[in-house]
Write a protein that binds this ligand. Structure first.
Ligand code: NAD
Length: 445
């Protein structure tokens, strides 16, 4: 049997930890390095610094093959070095590659052959630049491979272990072989490409997914204006085998650590190269506006929002994660506070207390909705499936639900005595809520 090469992973975030844990599960000896000492301490103590289903169990099961360190020299002797550091946006929209460059610049004068494998999402052209930097530093014997990651938070372990494809972009055929070979136990389809194309596959895939979401959201908005129901429309559209059902869920738009930054980074990359990526610009703008549609729906039923109590249910950018990066909840909370509303928020795992000043954080859904004029489903947590209950209706001042994720059955919600507003579904008539003095119904924005 072939000996499994030892693996080093730079970065103990979502991608680094999942990569490390999954390769350990596949039998590799792995060390994960991060620059945050507390994070490494936590991991050594068996605590997981982020909420990701199945990750804790995997780390626990593979303790003997997994080590965590802050020390550079404990990782750099390994023949395979995955780079999984963050690439957040800069003010210009370009990806901030400073953490990637720190890794490259800190590589010592390695004697042995090693391969640097880029899992971080980087602009097209990064591999060429890293290759040149390695060559200039006398590290021509260090290989470079682009191996973008497609996992989604909330199902990251499952996604890693069952990839639709593994993309391997290399300058040298031998490096491509080695990296593709690491994934052999997964029996996945491997897409071999040149480095620039591998980098573009990741950006293009994300841009396409974003496009589908913005597309169905615009269809939803037209459905609202014309009396169609986007859920029925999406089902009918998605059954077309040329289109497929995925990423056709209307709602209040995407957030998270990838789509917002990768979308802007691709738009910026194109514009740096002299091309105006019109479609992607529109896709991003549609998403920005979509988050704000909730405000119009609240105003339609409640009039001015000053002094109104609004419960925001779900803060994480999607269920099964505690990640708040670019979460629509942050935009909504800020807009509501700016309108003078009182915001009560609940999430089962995400802690937004340091990001949102002036919001009351509640320990339960019932606490969040008590005395509220409206409950807004921002993240489709399972816990919210039963929101349209007698208990919740009794606790609220106004039984208005704005369902930003089309999680509930509108008929059921209405039968339970709620005024229900979804996204792209037939709306409740205005007179459904009892009149209050301050209410000045307005047209939706
Ligand atoms: N989160 C996702 O769902 C996802 C999916 C696919 C791809 N990606 C991409 O993968 C990359 C990592 O994303 P993430 O969500 O895991 O980021 P993250 O911010 O959760 O984790 C990055 C980690 O890297 C560490 N780090 C920074 N500099 C370091 C260094 N010099 N050495 C070692 N560690 C260092 C940071 O302290 C941090 O813990 C990004 O480029 C992202 O776009 C993310």
């Amino acid at each position: 049997m072939k000996e499994k090469p030892a693996i080093g992973v730079f970065g103990a975030g979502w991608v680094g930890l999942v990569t490390g844990a999954c390769f350990a599960e596949l039998g590799y000896d792995v060390v994960v390095r991060d620059v945050i000492p507390e994070r490494i301490e936590q991991l050594r103590d068996g605590r997981v610094p982020l909420h990701e289903p199945g990750l804790g169990e995997l780390l626990e099961q593979n303790r003997e093959r997994l080590a965590f360190t802050t020390e550079l020299d404990e990782i750099v002797s390994r023949p395979i070095l995955f780079v999984c550091v963050g690439t957040p946006p800069t003010y210009s929209g370009d990806a901030d590659l400073s953490a990637v460059w720190t890794v490259v610049d800190q590589l010592p004068a390695l004697q042995e052959r090693a391969i640097l494998v880029m899992k971080s999402t980087v602009p097209v052209g990064t591999g060429e630049k890293v290759r040149a930097a390695l060559d200039a530093r006398g590290l021509a014997h260090v290989g470079y491979v682009s191996n973008p990651e497609f996992l989604a938070e909330g199902s990251a372990v499952r996604d890693f272990m069952n990839p639709d494809r593994v993309v391997v972009g290399a300058f040298a055929e031998a490096d491509s072989e080695v990296v593709a070979g690491l994934y052999e136990p997964l029996e996945a389809s491997v897409v071999r490409a040149d480095v620039a194309s591998a980098e573009m596959i990741k950006l293009a895939a994300n841009a396409f997914l974003m496009t589908r979401i913005s597309f169905i959201n615009e269809i939803a908005n037209v459905c609202e204006a014309t009396g169609a129901d986007v859920e029925q429309v999406a089902k009918g559209v998605g059954l077309d085998h040329r289109l497929g059902p995925h990423f056709l869920r209307a709602g209040i738009g995407w957030g998270g650590s990838c789509f917002p930054k990768d979308g802007v980074a691709l738009k910026q990359l194109a514009s740096n190269s002299g091309y105006h990526f019109q479609l992607l610009s529109a896709v991003i703008e549609v998403n920005d506006l979509q988050k704000r549609r909730v405000i119009g729906k609240l105003e339609k039923h409640l009039g001015k929002l000053r002094g109104k109590k609004v419960a925001l249910l779900g803060l994480a950018f999607k269920p099964n994660t505690d990640d708040l990066r670019e979460a629509p909840s942050l935009v909504l909370a800020s807009r509501l506070l700016a309108e003078g509303a009182e915001v009560r928020a609940w999430d089962p795992v995400a802690d937004a207390s340091r990001l949102l000043q002036g919001v009351t954080f509640c320990g339960s859904v019932l606490d969040a909705v008590s005395g509220a004029d409206a409950a807004v489903i921002v993240t489709e947590w399972d816990e919210l499936q039963g929101l349209a209950s007698e208990e919740v209706r009794g606790a609220m001042r106004n039984a208005l639900i704005v369902d930003g994720r089309n999680l509930l059955d509108p008929e059921h919600a209405r039968a339970a005595g709620f005024v229900y507003e979804g996204i792209g579904r037939a709306a409740s008539p205005l007179e459904a809520l009892p009149e209050t003095e301050e209410r000045e119904p307005q047209l939706e924005a």
